[in-house]
Design a protein around this ligand. Structure first.
Ligand SMILES: [Ca+2]
Ligand SMILES: [Ca+2]
Ligand SMILES: [Ca+2]
Length: 525
């Protein structure tokens, strides 16, 4: 029956395309008549679903090709493993430590763990955080909110912005007046950037926060942005020797400009490097890097170098004194602490750390190395490597308890189920093993908070902080950290790394702000 219907249908004339033959060019008309013959009609002359027309076939094929191309380009490979297993390793947790930690807090109401000027007891009263100098993260310290600006320490305000504007007005400065943080000169795009933009030195250069505008780095260097393991070019203005920063950027600095290379990746041929040309530029646009099977991306010669080696110490059980609850009050995530730790590892010593979370308790980890990007290599108590902790140097504009606006720097960590952003804490066991150095006693009490100055001479940000355990440790570390900077690394390094270090040495300020987080903001330099 169907066949019969089809036969009848086939001899039915196709009317649609013949309705206005004058409107159809002759060539097309022929084509359309040919296509029309393939359309089937039922007995009532109604079109029924039949074979596809050539046009539809072409269209469908085109669609399929597009789908295949897009899935190849943009879908990440299914069989790809990026070795994330390491992060799932679990350190054994001691839940009893939660009680111990709370008891420790209770027993130290007069201590000021975060050094913001408010005692732990007062922090409790005002519902601010004992381990956070700026609970609402608006740039005004908990203490300053209560006693200087008289704002809520738990409800963020834009008062810092107003303060910066007022101060500029009073001093006759405008947005165009450049200023310095350390040796870097800033030309912000807007007052938001001027009030909240901050910068911290990293292992390889600088990291910027909340800053949009131009900057000039000290020394004759080339700067590149760095994200997800790849360098990229920053906008550059030759006249001012200035680079454009877009909000939160990591910048790496090099002695010489890097070569730009286009790296293509084919499914079975692996990675191929091509020099910059019209074709590679085209490929970069058509096949951008999306993690698919085939892609082309613009990289620099630094991205193609062999991965820098980790700096590691011999895995040995370091001192772990779990009966000392003072460990809970140690280490306020200062860059000095991190610098001390790296120095210990460089000198071949492992350091034990207490990782603490309010939900799960405490885990003891052995830190035995750090990677080129600053991540810490972690082993468990039995010295089995279990993964790494990512370390991120951070910085923010900050009004301290004296009402002085400056910048403070610290580090955050994440990994192995811990995240400082969620309030988890890390403290190192026993700094004092290494206190035989008499110089420690004379180390100056530098703090993380730096002053905003409008004078012609740079001031060091030496603000008084209450004598706490944390402070004393910071003092002890100040000296060792300076040593760390001046001592060449003994580990075998690649040429690239040595080069970078040379640049760093050149551009590092005398006080070594790169590690201490000590920075000075200067106008009218
Ligand atoms: Ca406090
Ligand atoms: Ca606080
Ligand atoms: Ca605040």
């Amino acid at each position: 029956m169907d066949d019969l219907l089809k036969k009848r249908a086939r001899i039915s004339p196709q009317k649609k395309d013949l309705k206005n033959p004058q409107k159809t060019p002759i060539v097309n008309r022929k084509l359309r008549i040919k296509d029309a013959e393939k359309i089937s009609y039922n007995v009532n002359g109604k079109k029924i679903r039949g074979k596809l027309t050539t046009g539809k076939k072409v269209g469908l094929s085109f669609l399929i090709v597009i789908c295949v191309v897009f899935s190849v380009l943009y879908l990440p490979p299914l069989f790809h493993s990026d070795g994330m297993d390491a992060d799932q390793a679990v350190l054994s947790m001691n839940r009893a430590a939660i009680k111990e930690y709370k008891t420790y807090l209770k027993n130290n109401p007069d201590a000021d763990f975060d050094g913001d000027g408010l005692s732990n007891a007062l922090e409790d009263e005002y519902k601010t955080e004992v381990w956070n100098v700026d609970t609402d993260a608006d740039g005004i310290s908990d203490y300053a909110e209560l006693y200087v600006t008289e704002t809520s320490p738990v409800d963020s305000s834009t008062i810092l912005l107003d303060e910066v504007k007022d101060s500029d007005e009073k001093e006759g400065r405008t947005l165009d007046t450049p200023y310095k943080i350390d040796d870097v000169i800033f030309w912000p795009d807007d007052y938001q950037s001027k009030a909240y933009g901050a910068m911290v030195r990293t292992l390889h250069g600088y990291r910027f926060f909340n800053y949009k505008g131009w900057v000039r780095f000290p020394g004759n260097i080339s700067a590149y942005g760095y994200r997800d393991g790849v360098h990229y070019e920053l906008k550059y203005r030759k006249a001012e020797d200035a680079y454009k920063i877009e909000s939160t950027d990591e910048v790496r600095i090099y002695e010489n400009p890097l070569d730009i290379v286009y790296q293509t990746e084919f499914p079975f041929a692996g990675k191929v490097q091509l020099e910059e040309s019209f074709w590679t530029k085209m490929m970069d646009v058509v096949f951008p890097e999306k993690g698919g099977f085939f892609n082309c991306r613009k990289v620099t010669s630094a991205d193609l170098m062999e991965k820098e080696e980790d700096v590691t110490a011999q895995l040995e059980t370091p001192l772990i004194n779990l009966s000392d609850d003072a460990r809970f009050g140690k280490n306020n995530n200062t860059l000095k602490d991190m610098s001390w730790l790296r120095k210990m590892i460089e000198s071949g010593k492992c350091v034990a750390a207490s990782l603490y979370s309010d939900n799960n308790g405490e885990a003891v980890a052995v830190l035995y190395g750090y990677t080129a990007d600053g991540s810490l290599l972690v082993a468990d108590k039995d010295l089995n490597p279990v993964g790494r902790l990512t370390i991120l140097e951070c910085s923010q504009k900050y009004m301290d308890k004296e009402g002085t606006i400056g910048q403070r720097s610290w580090y955050e960590f994440e990994g192995l189920g811990f995240d400082s952003g969620k309030g988890d804490r890390i403290s190192f066991f026993d700094y004092s093993q290494d206190t035989s150095d008499p110089a420690d006693d004379t180390a100056s009490a530098e703090t993380e908070q730096e002053e905003l100055t409008d004078g012609h001479e740079e001031q060091t940000g030496e603000t008084e902080q209450p004598e706490t355990q944390t402070e004393t440790q910071a003092e002890a570390q100040a000296e060792t950290q300076t040593e760390a900077q001046t001592e060449p690394q003994s580990d075998p390094q690649t040429e690239a790394q040595t080069e970078t270090q040379a640049v760093e040495a050149e551009t590092a300020a005398p006080e070594g702000q790169g590690d201490s987080g000590d920075t000075v903001i200067t106008f009218g330099f």
